[in-house]
Design a protein around this ligand. Structure first.
Ligand code: FE2
Length: 324
């Protein structure tokens, strides 16, 4: 079934097209944050300006006409309200115009399910690390399945923490990926470390790191913030592996692209004889294909919504979303 997915939860406006689980197109436009970060109104305006051209590119890449699309999926949440609204409006307009079913999708489920598909892992412990989310999850058993949250951040997502630090340090662009580059060759500075069971917290680390900007090399702070926060994730993940008796780890979300985090997680996997897998970087970044992929499964299972009931939910928790 040709399914078109619309993603717009944050900086990326993406449209993906899948057919029977095969990705035919994954086009996107990404808001440039510079040194100021994301201003919701401006990001939403960017999405409005770019939605038509991204749609055109996706259809051209897939080699299909809009009239051939059989279903529409869109990101219901979690995310930035004004940005989610743009994707929701595009999706509802397309569904109305084409007279086809529409289904809302949880953004995190998109990340995880594309990660499971591409890693080939069957029943992994999931480490979902992105700007707005940091969680350790496991899929429930039985007919009505959902992801159980084994551990999560008490405050902000790890990506948000790294982006915030980048902004405070004047790095351009103010992304976690800029922190990763700046951390090369750094030396370790003591940092606050907060893990409670399988939960963790990043705001203390962020506040402390920003205070270190006067008096220390940015390179050393970048190195230390990464080593500390990634160690926190590793400790919690290791505990989850032992508690759940699992031997598979799937890592997904934007921060899963970080090479230092990958190296540290590989060591954990090796120590426990566990397999570790990721989606390709293109699909760990926000994208429309993951929404189309999950949406197609839901539509094929007969799950869809009336257009009038299609809403957005900024705090749409992953454990509230059914997994088909
Ligand atoms: Fe994301």
């Amino acid at each position: 079934m040709l399914t078109l997915g619309v993603e717009s939860s944050a900086h990326t406006f993406g449209i993906g097209i899948v057919d029977d689980g095969k990705i035919l197109a994954n086009e996107k436009s990404m808001y440039k944050i510079g040194t100021t970060g994301m201003i919701p109104k401006k990001v939403a305006e960017f999405h409005v300006e770019n939605s038509a051209s991204v749609l055109e590119r996706a259809l051209a890449r897939a080699g299909v006409k809009a009239s051939e699309i059989g279903g529409i999926a869109y990101t219901r949440g979690p995310g930035i309200g004004s940005c989610l609204q743009v994707g929701q409006t595009v999706a509802k307009t397309l569904a109305q115009r084409l007279g086809i079913p529409i289904v809302p999708v949880n953004h995190g489920i998109g990340h995880i399910e594309i990660g499971r598909l591409q890693s080939g892992l069957k029943d992994p412990i999931v480490l979902y690390v992105s700007g707005g989310n940091s969680q350790i999850l496991k899929l429930s058993k039985g007919k009505k399945r959902h992801y159980n949250v084994l551990g999560e951040t008490f405050d902000i997502g790890i990506g948000n923490m790294l982006d915030n630090f980048a902004r405070g340090a004047g790095l351009d662009p103010a992304w976690g990926s800029t922190v990763e580059k700046a951390a090369m060759g750094g030396k370790y500075l003591p940092m606050p470390y907060t893990v409670k069971g399988m939960d963790f917290s990043f705001t203390g680390l962020l506040t402390h790191s920003i205070k270190q900007i006067k008096g220390h090399r940015i390179r050393d702070i970048c190195y230390s913030i990464q080593e500390t926060s990634f160690s926190m994730l590793c400790e919690a993940l290791e505990r989850a592996l032992l508690v759940s008796n699992s031997n598979e780890i799937c890592v997904c979300g934007g921060v899963a692209q970080n090479t230092r985090l990958k190296a540290m997680l590989s060591m954990i996997a090796q120590d426990h004889g566990a397999k570790i897998g990721y989606a390709a970087n293109e699909f760990n970044a926000d994208n429309g294909a993951m929404i189309a992929f999950v949406g197609e499964r839901m539509l094929l299972a007969g799950i869809h919504s009336k257009i009038i009931d299609c809403d957005i939910e900024q705090r749409y928790r992953i454990d509230q979303a059914m997994v088909v």
